[in-house]
Design a protein around this ligand. Structure first.
Ligand SMILES: *Cc1c(COP(=O)(O)O)cnc(C)c1O
Length: 378
């Protein structure tokens, strides 16, 4: 089965894990620090904080920025549920903004603007599928409305622009992301004081970490805030360091494959709509396409599965999930819903070749043609 995403792990990660075990130091040690330094450097940042998930990273960012009850935070609905959940964790209200268009399915600034109230404090941008939101336009919007700009950069690690939009950015190293630790995350923040607060909140709000206490003459600590346990351990950091060394090559490979998809689909199944264009800055996390209006998506999924090709959907809009339906029973977002109805995510990962891309497009084209014939006959 050709999977939508595939972690690439091997001897490098195994050796790095064996080193951690041999060292006997399993959490909050040198490898966490090394990973933080290397990840920050790749994004042109002075520092970063490693955590155990992107969800934790988003929570810590909102917490450190002082967002809480009574505040509203603008978010897209075309995202993973964690983007909105993090807003609920701090007691604030997620306000869902529609996407710009089917061609550019990122949160619309005009929609976000129309949803602003005196309670709006922040906006969480999602670089959907890896495609970067318009930084200048969002910064101008945030300045004009006096809002804090936050990036959910789970889809876009490795691009130097990421982490430079506003206050902070959250990254994910979950098993299906561009680089993985199995579970893991990171925060980049512009203001060193905010990042320090995030570092402290990561470890129970304690004023020093275990490693620091070992290396200093004052073995005591204090707790000066209500913190969390969102720590990254040495095993995850060690895997992350190996993965990070491949990230740029893997992202380049993803771009090559995404462009191959675009070209083959134009030739073999022009009825399929491919959002974004070839020149758009992207980490190419996933390959979303839109099936023709009115086509039977389940039939296409089944046809591809019969050809040993897995597909998924990004996303069921957050506002359409049962939990959020209950919270926002009246909400409709026409473009987000239209996109989600037709969307299909094709396999995209660096182990693929031009031949596998061709195999997927051929299977998709035959499925779409079969669909069209079935509908014409009906
Ligand atoms: C994966 C993902 C997350 C959550 O990441 P975890 O590391 O699993 O917590 C958040 N936002 C987006 C857009 C994601 O794709």
């Amino acid at each position: 089965m050709l999977l939508v995403s595939s972690a690439i792990v091997g001897e490098g990660e195994a050796a790095a894990l064996a080193d951690v075990i041999a060292s006997g130091w399993l959490t909050m040690g040198d490898r966490v620090k090394q990973f933080e330094d290397a990840f920050a450097e790749m994004h042109g940042a002075a520092d970063c904080v490693g955590v155990n998930s992107c969800t934790a990273a988003l929570h810590l960012i909102l917490h450190a920025l002082g967002i809480g009850p009574g505040d509203e935070v603008l978010v897209p609905s075309l995202t993973f549920v964690a983007t909105a959940n993090a807003v609920l964790y701090v007691g604030a209200k997620p306000v869902f903004a529609d996407i710009e268009s089917l061609e550019a399915p990122l949160m619309s600034i005009a929609e976000a603007d129309a949803l602003c109230t005196p309670r709006t404090r922040a906006v969480i941008l999602v670089h959907f599928a890896g495609y970067l939101a318009d930084r200048d336009a969002w910064q101008a919007f945030a300045r004009r409305r006096n809002l804090l700009l936050i990036e959910d950069a789970a889809h876009a690690p490795g691009l130097k622009e990421v982490g430079t939009y506003g206050e902070a950015a959250a990254f994910s190293f979950y098993g299906n992301k561009n680089m993985t630790m199995g579970e893991g995350g990171a925060v980049i923040a512009r203001n060193p004081q905010v990042l320090q607060k995030i570092r402290q909140a990561r470890g129970h709000g304690m004023t020093s970490g275990t490693h620091q206490r070992l290396n200093s003459r004052t073995p005591t600590y204090d707790v000066t805030m209500l913190g969390f346990n969102y720590r990254l351990d040495e095993m995850h950091a060690a895997v992350g360091l190996v993965q990070l060394s491949h990230l740029q090559d893997w992202n380049a490979r993803r771009m090559h494959l995404a462009n191959a998809y675009r070209r083959l689909m134009t030739l073999q199944c022009p009825e399929i709509f491919v959002p974004f264009n070839e020149g758009w800055r992207s980490a190419h996390h996933i390959m979303p396409v839109l099936l023709p209006e009115g086509s039977d998506r389940q039939a296409v999924v089944d046809h591809l599965r019969a050809n040993e090709i897995q597909t998924t959907i990004h996303y069921t809009p957050v506002h359409a999930l049962t939990l959020y339906r209950g919270l926002y029973p009246q909400l409709t977002l026409a473009r987000t819903e239209a996109f989600a109805r037709r969307e299909l995510t094709l396999p995209l990962h660096p182990l693929m070749t031009d031949e596998t891309v061709s195999r997927v497009v051929t299977a998709l084209a035959s499925s779409i043609r079969g669909e069209t014939r079935a509908r014409d006959a009906a």
